[in-house]
Design a binder for this molecule. Structure first.
Ligand code: URA
Length: 422
């Protein structure tokens, strides 16, 4: 094969053969196919799509570019979840310990934030001492002893995806359903989980802004799971509003701890329990009662052990930002909720996220909402807090949260369904 031949085939809307796919992904991993050639192929895939069979082969080629992890027998069923990313989506933090407390093992290999959506590793690094990088042996031991691990993907896991994702990020080729689905699923399949729950986000703060687009992504991912024999369930969940009231690394850790202690915002608790229920069904533990386990404090005990096992001090004070500014309600009425994209972008600008992969993040930066949807607010009363270590960042965040971003209406907002489809 030649790279030009494969690019031209997809440019002309032909189905790539298994041999073409295996060759191009392997040659790209070895550096024989150049970045500009892979970028052209990625754009042809984005524009012309792929058949389900092509997507399954493409996913397999990405898995075969690296190592498939095997955690051996950790004495419990393995199950994982993946979220396509949202604002205030700290669900992994309470969910992994909760599912472990119910009897399953959760090998949650996670990523960092880019743009307005946060990354689980950035959040946990707000905990003093906590370490993201573990060896496969350390992950296995922790799964056996604690039941839950949240850590960075090992360097050998789907290396073709690492290279291709970075290339797509700078060539306008991220938003392709076949490429997103194969990227996510190759990493989850290489991780060796026994079951997978996908939380596909829909709305202003998500990749997929509409229900049909999110449904297409969910269908593509569950089809890959089925083709590879991995039991996979996808939930489509609302991301038009931030999850919970806190957005930003340490702020989200604190809110997750509230949930683990039996409190926390209702939307966060209900989505955590809904995802746990699906995970436990896939793990063969359908009789577990995650709501009761959460209320009992057992999930908090697992959290403490999970953090301590990775060098963190679960009782240490979390970092706080040096500057906190209040945003007040512009008028009196009912708080109808905050726009996810506006709040996510404000938190990012305040220092919670990064513009380039190598940028540092501020642990204490972010946005805390002081009211929930349906709460009555008075003009001039505090509605949100902006947290940052760098006061120069405050005006941009303030502008993002002006007007309809923090919506105040005369009538109560309609009830919001968090889980839109399964
Ligand atoms: N997350 C991934 O891991 N890959 C994508 O392509 C998009 C989001």
């Amino acid at each position: 094969f030649s790279a030009v031949e494969v690019i031209a085939a997809k440019r002309d809307c032909r189905t790539l053969s298994r041999a073409q796919i295996d060759w191009v992904v392997d040659a790209y991993t070895r550096g024989e196919v150049a970045d500009e050639q892979m970028a052209a192929l990625a754009m042809a895939i984005l524009l012309n799509g792929m058949e389900p069979g092509e997507i399954a082969h493409w996913t397999q080629a990405m898995i075969d570019s690296g190592e498939v992890l095997d955690f051996g027998d950790v004495g419990r069923p393995l199950v994982d979840k993946h979220s396509t990313g949202g604002v205030g989506d700290k669900i992994t933090l309470p969910l992994a310990p909760l599912v472990a407390a119910c009897g399953a093992a959760v090998p949650q290999l996670s990523g960092r934030g880019l743009g307005h959506t946060g990354g689980t590793l950035d959040k946990l690094e707000a905990v003093p001492g906590w370490r993201a990088s573990l060896t496969t042996d350390e992950i296995t031991a922790q799964l056996r002893e604690v039941g839950a691990v949240v850590c960075a993907a090992t360097p050998t896991l789907a290396p073709a995806d690492k290279r291709l994702y970075a290339l797509r990020d700078v060539t306008g080729t991220v938003e392709s359903v076949p490429l997103i689905a194969s990227s996510i699923m190759s990493k989850k399949l290489a991780e060796g989980t026994g079951g997978l729950v996908l939380d596909v986000k829909v709305g202003s703060g998500a990749f997929m802004k509409t229900l049909p687009r999110a449904g297409e992504l969910a269908d593509a991912m569950t089809a890959i799971g089925a083709a590879h024999g991995l039991p996979t369930t996808a939930l489509l969940t609302d991301m038009s509003r931030p999850l919970g009231r806190c957005v930003g690394n340490a702020l989200e850790v604190a809110e997750s701890v509230e949930v683990l202690r039996g409190g926390g915002p209702a939307d966060l608790v209900s989505l955590t329990v809904a995802l746990a229920t699906e995970m436990l069904a896939l793990a063969g533990l359908p009789d577990a009662d995650p709501a009761a386990v959460l209320a009992s404090g057992a999930a908090y005990d697992v959290w403490e052990r999970m953090i301590a096992a990775q060098g963190g001090d679960p009782s240490a004070p979390l970092p706080v930002a040096t500057h906190v500014e209040t945003v007040v309600a512009e008028r009196s009425g009912i708080f109808a909720g905050a726009d996810a994209l506006a709040v996510g972008t404000a938190a990012w600008k305040l220092g919670a996220g990064r513009a380039r992969k190598e940028d540092p993040v501020q642990a204490g930066a972010g946005v805390r909402l002081l009211a929930g949807p349906g709460d009555e607010v008075r003009a001039g009363a505090p509605l949100a807090e902006l947290h940052t270590d760098d006061a120069d960042r405050l005006p941009a965040a303030r502008r993002l949260l002006a007007g309809a971003a923090l919506l105040i209406t005369a009538d109560p907002p309609p009830e919001r369904d968090l889980v839109l489809d399964v």
